[in-house]
Design a protein around this ligand. Structure first.
Ligand SMILES: [Zn+2]
Length: 406
């Protein structure tokens, strides 16, 4: 029996993706022999309805000193965080000399919007090399893991915070209760926690199972979060859907009774009821949809190989690791993955060891098909790659369903 990380009741496993490497573990050939694997399994708690990983890989293996993900490399994400910060400034920073804290602040992509406005801020970023980049840009950052003890230290040094932010980080934290207890210490009585993460409703509706990988311990819904926060005297006061990372939700959390509950919260509760997020059969359906997606994608890739077509992967994303390893995509099916991130080029994809090559290699000799691992940026990418399609190239996407786009 597996115990829920949130409520300690029974978690019902509904899928295993099998033996899986670390999603962002792009590696050199000399590291193949020491590559770390774990079983990627997901379950649904029958009581609090939190969807969660059943085996937590060692976090030191994920967020190590050479962590390769720098948020600011994406212009689109930089724009997203500028809008996010603008909303926070407009709605929640009314006090004199406000103080903003962000957990998992990365290279400062969000906090720089506060730093530039002269607002007191503090980033908490456990990856030391990423934190150094933020500090170099004039963003106040400490490189530690957040818990109650750190919250007390921050309060004694800077005072309580008006806003505590998190973008794509809360769902990474298996010890959620300890973080929320810390947030409770850190926030002023009228303070708010605002965070966004991939939304379970989108995963169910789009069969976007590539959201499921080692870094994401939880797959949040409004109903599961309401259960969690209630235990800490907090409540969800607003929800704002976000069109990033293939479907995310921004949640605004406050101490109970401090803010009115927005109509959007009531509407989302109703929608989640209709989606059946509380029913075990919903997750059986999800598993069947994932299995069907895998079968269709592999049939397509094998047909292409038989007919002598060249297929190349586009964007060496963390998300691609689950798809590649679960489906069994090998270098004989996908020749290489094109990616513009210098740190990934010359390395190999985790698990399947598909070479990651520079974008020049893709554009110098277009393949017949490009398998779009960055499907969540499909519109932006396809607009940029008109020449590829003009030369007869076709896209393969697998979310919301497997299809070829000419
Ligand atoms: Zn539970």
């Amino acid at each position: 029996m597996i115990h829920c990380l949130v409520c300690n009741n029974t978690v019902e496993p509904f899928i295993s993706f099998g033996r899986m490497p670390i999603a962002n573990g792009f590696l050199g050939s000399e590291q193949f022999a020491q590559e770390y694997f774990f079983e990627l399994r997901v379950g649904h708690c029958l009581v609090c309805h939190m969807v969660q990983l059943l085996d937590q890989p060692d976090r030191e293996k994920m967020f190590h000193a050479n962590y390769a993900f720098f948020s600011s490399t994406s212009t689109r994400m930089a724009e997203h965080f500028a809008r996010f910060a603008a909303q926070v400034k407009r709605d929640y920073l009314g006090s004199a000399d406000p103080f903003v804290v962000e957990i998992g602040s990365n290279d400062g992509i969000m906090l720089r919007n506060f730093a530039q406005a002269g607002i007191r801020h503090l980033g908490i970023e456990p990856s030391a090399n990423v934190a150094q980049v933020a500090i170099g840009r004039g963003i106040q950052t400490i490189s530690e893991f957040f818990d109650q003890e750190l919250a007390r230290k921050i309060v004694s040094k800077y005072g309580q915070a008006d806003v505590f932010l998190g973008a794509n980080v809360m769902c990474h934290i298996p010890y959620l209760h300890s973080v929320i207890a810390g947030i409770n210490i850190l926030l002023k009585p009228e303070g708010v926690l605002i965070f966004e993460d991939p939304y379970l409703g989108d995963i169910l509706e789009k069969t976007s199972y590539d959201q499921i990988y080692d870094e994401h311990a939880f797959y949040f819904s409004l109903s599961s979060l309401e259960y969690v926060f209630k235990q800490h005297g907090l409540e969800v006061v607003d929800v704002i859907p976000q069109n990033v990372h293939g479907g995310s939700m921004r949640y605004v959390i406050a101490k109970r009774g401090k803010y009115p509950i927005a109509d959007a919260v009531i509407a989302l509760r109703e929608k989640e009821n209709q989606l059946g997020l509380h029913k075990p059969e919903t997750y059986v359906n999800l598993r069947q949809n994932i299995e069907r997606s895998r079968a269709e994608l592999m049939t397509l890739l094998r047909q292409m190989k038989q007919s002598g077509k060249r297929v190349v992967g586009y964007a060496a994303t963390s998300k691609s690791t689950t798809v590649i390893n679960y489906c069994g995509i090998t270098p004989d099916l996908v020749e290489f993955i094109s990616d513009t991130t210098p740190i990934k080029q010359g390395k190999y994809s985790p698990g399947a060891h598909i070479p990651v090559c520079s974008y020049d290699k893709f554009s110098a000799r277009y393949p017949d098909y490009a398998l779009l691992f960055g499907w969540n940026h499909a519109e932006e990418i396809m607009a940029k790659e008109r020449a590829f399609q003009a030369a007869g190239g076709k896209w393969i996407v697998y979310v919301p369903r497997v299809q070829v786009i000419e």
